[in-house]
Write a protein that binds this ligand. Structure first.
Ligand code: C2E
Ligand code: MG
Ligand code: MG
Ligand code: MG
Length: 291
């Protein structure tokens, strides 16, 4: 009897499933070490306006595993969320991002740039989140108006009342909110109106096929119009071509992010991109002034 049950139990784990579980377990134990061994890095991807002026950046986490090399956040963030490791990882992201914002304040080329930080549902839903973030902002003495939290629709809708309340409290401090991957979830318009958002971020899946998919083009136009009507800033992510940029501008989108402008860059490279941009503008201004 017991033997049969044992055999039956074993049969659930076919070799393919076992291999997947093994990979996950390895990844999880590696992920536990990653923080203490400083294997994470933040990359920065620029956000621009229609004139190409730099508005700010989004911080994107990168994991360099000593043997496996680069592991995409698309692979490890979901696992970090399931295991709860997203809490210390997310805390590290906030600390690092705020320290970076403080650095930016010191240079004319970067002083007014905003920084968008992705926060997972699990992290945002911690009762202590407001207190934690306020403490980080105060300790780093950053201008909270330059910090923007990116939440996904599902993160917000999971627990709408508690989430809205937290957003309100943080917004009182001056912190801004962007709804990431907008269009992929199920926000009702009634909720959207009540949320203390500053920005809608059009999901890149709609931007990708803009030029040859009528449906996506229609969705993008509708999202921009919706954002404008709600008094929100609208940013498009995943902008790769000038045709996409032109379409977005034509339909009144005012902020852009994507490979067309820059890939996410490590801090030093991002800084040199900014300094180049800054001196180009300064030169232009001088030419305008003398001529
Ligand atoms: P996301 O927040 O929607 O970030 C946008 C993703 O699009 C990033 O992928 C970025 O590198 C990529 N991207 C930017 N421009 C383009 C483009 O022109 N074309 C294409 N094809 N892709 C573009 P990445 O860095 O791999 O991040 C994937 C996701 O992982 C993020 O999606 C976000 O959900 C999550 N993530 C990244 N960093 C963090 C973090 O620090 N904390 C948390 N909780 N999640 C993070
Ligand atoms: Mg994001
Ligand atoms: Mg996104
Ligand atoms: Mg995404």
């Amino acid at each position: 009897e017991a033997k049969t049950a044992g055999r039956n139990t074993v049969r659930f784990f076919d070799p393919a499933m076992q291999a997947i579980l093994l990979v996950r377990m390895l990844l999880e134990s590696n992920l536990r070490l990653a923080l203490s061994q400083n294997q994470f890095q933040l990359y920065y991807q620029v956000q621009v306006n229609a004139d190409g002026k730099f508005l700010g950046a989004e911080a994107l986490i990168r994991w360099w595993h000593p043997d496996r090399g680069f592991i995409s956040p698309a692979e490890f963030i979901p696992l970090a969320e399931e295991t709860g490791l997203i809490i210390p990882i997310g805390q590290w992201v906030l600390e690092t991002a705020c320290a970076q914002l403080k650095q930016w304040e010191k240079s004319a080329a970067t002083a007014n740039l905003s920084l968008a930080v992705n926060v997972s549902a699990k992290q945002f839903q911690l009762t202590s989140f407001v207190e934690t973030l306020s403490e980080i902002v105060a300790r780093h003495q950053i201008n909270p108006a330059l910090l923007k939290i990116e939440l996904t629709e599902s993160a917000i809708l999971d627990n709408i009342d508690a989430t809205t309340e937290k957003m309100r409290e943080l917004k009182k401090l001056g912190i801004a909110f962007s709804m990431d991957d907008f269009g992929t979830g199920y926000s009702s318009l009634a909720y959207l109106q009540r949320l203390p958002l500053n920005q809608l971020k059009i999901d890149q899946s709609f931007v990708r096929d803009l030029s040859h998919d009528e449906n996506d083009a229609t969705i993008v136009r509708a999202i921009i119009a919706l954002g404008i009507n709600l008094g929100l800033n609208v940013i498009a992510e995943g902008v790769e071509t000038s045709a996409q940029r032109a379409f977005l501008i034509k339909h009144s989108c005012t902020a852009f992010q994507g490979y067309l402008f820059s890939k996410p860059l490590p801090m030093e490279e991002f800084m040199s991109l900014l300094e180049q941009e800054h001196s180009a503008h300064t030169e232009q201004a001088q030419i305008g002034f003398t001529g």
